[in-house]
Design a binder for this molecule. Structure first.
Ligand SMILES: *[C@@H]1O[C@H](CO)[C@@H](O)[C@H](O)[C@H]1NC(C)=O
Ligand SMILES: *[C@@H]1O[C@H](CO)[C@@H](O)[C@H](O)[C@H]1NC(C)=O
Ligand SMILES: *[C@@H]1O[C@H](CO)[C@@H](O)[C@H](O)[C@H]1NC(C)=O
Ligand SMILES: *[C@@H]1O[C@H](CO)[C@@H](O)[C@H](O)[C@H]1NC(C)=O
Ligand SMILES: *[C@@H]1O[C@H](CO)[C@@H](O)[C@H](O)[C@H]1NC(C)=O
Ligand SMILES: *[C@@H]1O[C@H](CO)[C@@H](O)[C@H](O)[C@H]1NC(C)=O
Ligand SMILES: *[C@@H]1O[C@H](CO)[C@@H](O)[C@H](O)[C@H]1NC(C)=O
Ligand SMILES: *[C@@H]1O[C@H](CO)[C@@H](O)[C@H](O)[C@H]1NC(C)=O
Length: 636
């Protein structure tokens, strides 16, 4: 078999070795190969066997690239085949021309008549149900077909491990590597999958923050001792399982700051190195704690969506600084079993992605019946933190967005002052100073609850096994837990204060409304392209006291979505050159009105007011990621 492409295969298939004393079974974990310099991984289980007819012979022990194509038409011609193959190349990053040297055409209707296909083509009759999915494969000398996964280097350090998930839903660590000084991630061909009603996310490539269990894999929670101490998870977290059930393909576990506490790159990240924010000069903070999901969704075109979590801002922060659509959902939409808690009263699972349409679809799959799309929108817009006039590009972008939104909704925007609003409409017995009232609510909940649910059992298990020793913990969680140890506040007082605020907010600020779900929407400023460098020495970590717009949704259990609206430039002290960073707003609505925000976002895209973002150095125009070794476009 002569190929214009260069193929080399490394690896071995299932072998059984026997020694004189005991039989040792050697299990294949698949094989790796390179075709024209692009790296591939193939799982060990073949997807089917085809009969090698005339003209095709594969040398014993080797493999050749082939493409499977299916047609139901007996008029499928050579030119149809070539059109199909061209479309494969346009749709899929795993496919390349070398796979078209041998084409396996399956027909489900009549046999194509006199097709005069060029090159070596095998044809065979099959049924739609039995057909091997279209796409690129590796063919063995015995006619077995193996899937092709393209291997990418996690060059911005966003993942903890590459993952392969078997048909039974259990995960294993990807047994492959690739150049680039980082873990390899394997993505299957997009051509294998067709979205259906039952599987709307078929083939969608998903990254999972490493606080969610995926059966068969260890979970780190961002802590080395934890990762090595506990066994592989015996179940999968419901948000992950719901996405898998809808067809999503988990491709890796992703970095989290330790125990999902807010950490800044670089000094806070003792156990693992913080991911690199791909935007701008490449040395901006990736935010916390879903920094792996945020950095990867901003950097990799080959990754479609990532699952993060938001307790106090951990989906929103990374989405704001990496220019992504990201949501903190209403609290309680889906169970968080098999998920590390910070505070069950506040923890929420949210998604980060460049694509707002996929965002809605994946949210529907993850929150199921608890998400209802509403296509009528409130006309009252509350604004928090917006400038009154624009004196910079980011301010111009923010005010333009407000003005477009106002005309889109035929609505009214007014400045919302929560301090004044609380003063005038707070419940009778509530203290007048809102900031003092809620100052300790968040830190009390996250520290007391994480101490009880995570730290204490971990310390006890570790001490028992290791003669009273303590596991290593990063400075940030330690400083927060120390507050929790010493404060005289209790979970009960924190919940009581949260409830007073929540009941007020959900009736006086963002109240239910019949057609539009929420009577108003509230906008606050997300990110304004102001740099926050990761190579700056910071003061020691502290406890997250205080109250600000980012806490409204946390304490009122309302949805809060990050919407990228553009980018603005800054003068980088790293590159000594102008660079660009994302500008974003947050849109909030009443509790349970997540679906209204999703619909509104899609409607704003249709109206041309906002756009999907792109991977690369710029969230608007893409391009090379600085200081990441790499070939633009090929991302190897
Ligand atoms: C699964 O693991 C958890 C601890 O991680 C344990 O409490 C539970 O008993 C295990 N369940 C099963 C069915 O083994
Ligand atoms: C919807 O939310 C409720 C309340 O939190 C929860 O009990 C239920 O399991 C959720 N439904 C689904 C389909 O996840
Ligand atoms: C906008 O606000 C003004 C002044 O409060 C009010 O007169 C007007 O009716 C409002 N328009 C809409 C569409 O709500
Ligand atoms: C908000 O209202 C408070 C109380 O009336 C006032 O002190 C404060 O200056 C206002 N803040 C802004 C930004 O207008
Ligand atoms: C919040 O609590 C911290 C720690 O007790 C204190 O230093 C700070 O002044 C408080 N802030 C407010 C607004 O009460
Ligand atoms: C709750 O509110 C009271 C004032 O009513 C305040 O003294 C206390 O510090 C608050 N505690 C928490 C945890 O929010
Ligand atoms: C909190 O208590 C611990 C002992 O439990 C002590 O070591 C630490 O210094 C205290 N921290 C603060 C901030 O008071
Ligand atoms: C960057 O520096 C140039 C030259 O000093 C200045 O004109 C420009 O306004 C600066 N840009 C920003 C965004 O600060």
């Amino acid at each position: 078999m002569l190929l214009s492409g260069k193929l080399s295969i490394l690896g071995a298939f299932g072998l059984f070795l026997a020694s004189s004393s005991a039989a040792t079974s050697l299990t294949s974990t698949g094989f790796t190969s390179t075709v024209n310099g692009i790296s591939y991984f193939s799982p060990p289980k073949s997807v089917g066997t085809i009969k090698l007819g005339k003209g095709v012979s594969v040398e014993a022990g080797s493999y050749v690239p082939v493409t499977v194509v299916t047609t139901s038409s007996d008029k499928y011609s050579a030119s149809d085949l070539s059109t199909t193959l061209k479309s494969f190349g346009a749709k899929d990053d795993v496919y390349q021309d070398a796979f078209s040297q041998i084409t396996y055409v399956q027909y489900t209707g009549g046999q194509p008549k006199d097709p005069k296909y060029k090159g070596t083509v095998l044809t065979t009759k099959t049924t739609a149900a039995a057909a091997i999915p279209n796409g690129p494969y590796f063919l063995s000398s015995s006619g077995a077909l193996f899937k092709a996964y393209r291997l990418y280097s996690d060059s911005i350090g966003a993942f903890t491990e590459g993952v392969i998930v078997a048909e039974d839903g259990s995960g294993s660590v990807l047994p492959a590597g690739v150049a680039g000084q980082s873990v390899a991630i394997a993505v299957p061909s997009r051509l294998y999958y067709t979205a259906t009603e039952a599987k709307p996310l078929a083939g969608v490539r998903l990254g999972v923050k490493d606080i969610y269990d995926l059966k068969g894999l260890k979970t780190s929670n961002g802590n080395r001792a934890w990762y090595h101490f506990y066994p592989e998870a015996n179940g999968t977290a419901p948000p992950v399982q719901n996405l898998i059930d809808a067809g999503a393909i988990p491709v890796g576990k992703m970095k989290t700051s330790q125990f999902a506490n807010g950490e800044s790159a670089t000094a806070d990240w003792v156990d693992y190195h913080a991911p690199f924010n791909p935007r701008g000069d490449g040395y901006q903070q990736p935010s916390s704690s879903s920094s792996g999901p945020g950095a990867a969704a901003g950097a990799y075109e080959w990754l479609d969506i990532a699952l993060g979590s938001d307790t106090g801002g951990s989906v929103r922060g990374p989405s704001q600084v990496q220019g992504l659509f990201g949501n903190r959902p209403s609290h309680g939409l889906v169970s968080l079993d098999h998920t590390m808690p910070l505070s069950p009263q506040l923890d929420t699972p949210g998604l980060l992605t460049r694509d707002p349409v996929l965002h809605s679809k994946a949210a529907k799959a993850m929150y199921k019946a608890n998400l209802t799309f509403v296509n009528e929108y409130p006309k009252d817009i509350l604004l928090v933190g917006f400038p009154s006039t624009a004196t910079s590009d980011s301010e111009r972008i923010l005010l333009n967005f407000v003005s477009s939104l106002k005309s889109f909704l035929s609505g009214n925007a007014s400045v919302f002052n929560i301090t004044a609003s609380w003063l005038s409409s707070r419940p009778a017995n509530a203290p007048a100073d809102l900031s003092a009232f809620l100052n300790l609510t968040y830190p009390t909940l996250i520290t007391k609850e994480q101490i009880r649910l995570v730290r204490d059992p971990f310390y006890a298990d570790y001490a028992k096994k290791y003669d009273g020793r303590r596991p290593f913990v990063n400075p940030t969680p330690l400083s927060r837990w120390a507050f929790g140890d010493n404060t005289t506040e209790t979970v009960e007082t924190a919940v009581a204060n949260k409830t007073v605020f929540m009941d007020w907010f959900n009736s006086k600020v963002l109240a239910p409304a019949p057609k539009t779900c929420s009577d108003k929407i509230l906008l606050y400023v997300g990110s304004t392209a102001s740099p926050s460098y990761r190579n700056i020495y910071l003061p020691p970590p502290s406890v997250p006291f205080g109250f600000s717009s980012g806490r409204y949704s946390v304490l009122s259990e309302t949805p809060d979505h990050v919407i990228p609206i553009g980018e603005a430039s800054y003068n980088s002290t790293i590159t000594n050159h102008a660079e660009v960073l994302p500008v974003t707003v947050d849109i909030m609505a009443g509790k349970g009105c997540d679906g209204m925000i999703f619909s509104l976002t899609e409607a704003l895209v249709k109206a041309g007011i906002i756009k999907p973002t792109v991977a690369g150095g710029s969230s608007v125009s893409g391009g090379e990621i600085l200081y990441k070794r790499g070939i633009v476009g090929s991302e190897q």
